[in-house]
Design a protein. Structure first.
Length: 340
């Protein structure tokens, strides 16, 4: 990068520390026009991180340390995308991110904590892309914890699952919220699957959800997912109620928000946090998202049955993904010590 470009594509952080918006390894792959385009792309991203990335609704940004780490990890990802595509391309796609995690991050010779930080950097990147471009939302189950280990970050305990279900049944205004929560607790529905769900998925008689390949999050195949009798009953009541609600006329979504839009990660996370508040569940210091429900389903399905059952119920392509749920609780380990 020339001296002029250094000045044009750098900002001061943490006193006299400088963050290059376009690292030299990225600069080397760009012509002048591409450099200008990428530099502006990066400037807007870094500004968003600093000013509102952490809590956009509160206009609260990340610390300069987090911004610095996120900037360089996402630049490395962009550079990898260009190598895979054989050309400069912005913005990257969720498919690029999935492949990068599976083919690069997983096999990098670093700690699981470092791998988790790489995942989190990409999650920030795609939250910004989702908010500012036409890039689809990246539906990603975080595989590694930035604090170490590779088990799910936060999930509902058995007691919390019961309390969330009870809070959903206590919501005024019909069966919709109860049906969403009960189905998600049983099937571990991803946010995108809540958005794509259609009445045709529901088989009340056989107590299953039939998720076709075209609606599956990973688009790998048709799925038959078990649900309980209680959940089937909640869905039956919702389907009957749904027929009389005007905003569903001509729509094939199983559930719509109050504004007649599809549910997405942020609206579902808000719903879960409200249900936790209503149920008196303490969430301080925990990252509660709709995946917390899915992670709890995977954890307890593995404990009660086995990895194969959890893999099928959660619709994982690879057992490697399911293995993060294969951990034994301290109580069970304590019991094992007493038994030997």
């Amino acid at each position: 990068m020339t001296a002029g470009n250094n000045e044009r594509y750098s900002i001061e952080i943490e006193g006299d520390r400088t963050l290059n918006l376009v690292p030299s390894k990225n600069d080397e792959q760009l012509n002048e026009k591409q450099l200008v385009d990428y530099g502006e792309h990066r400037r807007e991203f870094i500004r968003w991180l600093r000013e509102q990335g952490k809590h956009p609704e509160k206009r609260e940004g990340y610390s300069d340390y987090t911004v610095y780490e996120t900037a360089y990890k996402t630049a490395r990802f962009d550079r990898w995308v260009w190598g895979e595509e054989g050309r400069y391309t912005i913005p990257p796609t969720p498919e690029h991110a999935d492949q990068y995690i599976d083919d690069v991050v997983v096999y990098r010779d670093v700690t699981n904590s470092t791998k988790g930080k790489s995942e989190e950097a990409l999650m920030r990147y795609f939250r910004w892309l989702d908010a500012t471009t036409h890039t689809p939302e990246w539906e990603h189950e975080q595989r590694f914890r930035s604090g170490g280990g590779d088990s799910p970050r936060d999930y509902l305990t058995r007691r919390e699952r019961r309390l969330v279900r009870e809070a959903a049944l206590d919501v005024d205004g019909g069966w919709k919220i109860a049906a969403i929560v009960c189905a998600s607790l049983d099937a571990g529905l991803r946010p995108v699957e809540v958005a794509r769900a259609r009445p045709e998925w529901v088989d009340v008689v056989n107590q299953i959800l039939r998720i076709p390949k075209e609606d599956s999050s990973k688009n790998e195949g048709n799925w038959r997912v078990s649900i309980t009798k209680r959940t089937a009953t909640a869905l039956k009541h919702w389907l009957q109620e749904r027929e009389s609600i005007e905003k569903y006329n001509g729509r094939d979504e199983l559930w719509l928000t109050r504004e007649a839009t599809r549910y997405e990660s942020r609206s579902l996370a808000r719903l879960l946090r409200k249900l936790c508040d209503d149920a008196g569940i303490e969430t301080g210091g925990r990252k509660m998202t709709w995946y917390s429900i899915r992670h709890s389903t995977g954890t307890f399905m593995t404990n009660e049955r086995d990895l194969k059952a959890a893999k099928d119920q959660l619709r994982h392509k690879s057992a490697v993904t399911t293995m993060k749920y294969d951990h034994v609780s301290p109580d069970r380990r304590r019991q094992a010590l007493r038994d030997i």
